[in-house]
Design a protein around this ligand. Sequence first.
Ligand code: KIV
Length: 272
Amino acid sequence: MSVAKKQYKRITTKSLVEMKANGEKISMLTAYDYTMAKIVDGAGIDVILVGDSASNVMAGHETTLPITLDEMIYHASSVVRAVERSLVVVDLPFGSYQSDPKEALRSAIRIMKESGGHSIKVEGGKEIKESIKRILNAGIPVMGHLGLTPQSIYKFGTYTVRAKEEEEAEKLLEDALMLERLGCFALVLEKVPAALAEKVAKSISIPVIGIGAGSGVDGQVLVTHDMLGMTHEFHPRFLRRYLDLYSEMTTAFESYISDVKSKDFPSEKEQY
Ligand code: KIV
């Protein structure tokens, strides 16, 4: 059992800052539904992210852009009903916070009120500073997200590693310092060079949670369906697969089909 599982009955934003101060790494995974969230929470994960990756994983969209605020609230409320211990972070979807700070606050309030989530996550730095300030002023905890920010995929053009050039790396560090100053409780760094991620983590006191950002950060996040091997066509270098569920599930489904066709299922013991 992890130190955190023994020590914390419920994970709060404060617990995460304490974990960083104590050198305990933070574990984070995604969940979008009740059943998965129950298993992930029961295993002792520190943070559950109701990510807008639900747009890809659950709905089959090519990007995270199409998912709506109502859909995020549906996913988040299903997760919240399952969770007993983890901190639940919910992504504000594309289009729900970029246009103006008042709309950003309205969207964050809807997430908190209608889903029961514990905090929200937004992508970006100084461009969305006023929105972050307004959400924080309302008492809603905010997690930042820098580096590869999939909601801006059409600006970047590709999902390759970000901030390899000095200018972009400097902006990223400035944005991280700004997010800390504003009062964000943590920050996700996605697909950036490990040395830069470590530098950011050492420069700020709030936890930095990496995905494709190396081992020098304060915690790690993966998309659960990827680490379980359900999304078998996706294999970036940073992804460690803990199961090959795609193959295992396919074998199970094939056995079921065969049992039905051959009249082996149901047997006498499996009927009334
Ligand atoms: O939506 C998501 O799953 C995310 C993670 C990749 C960090 O933002």
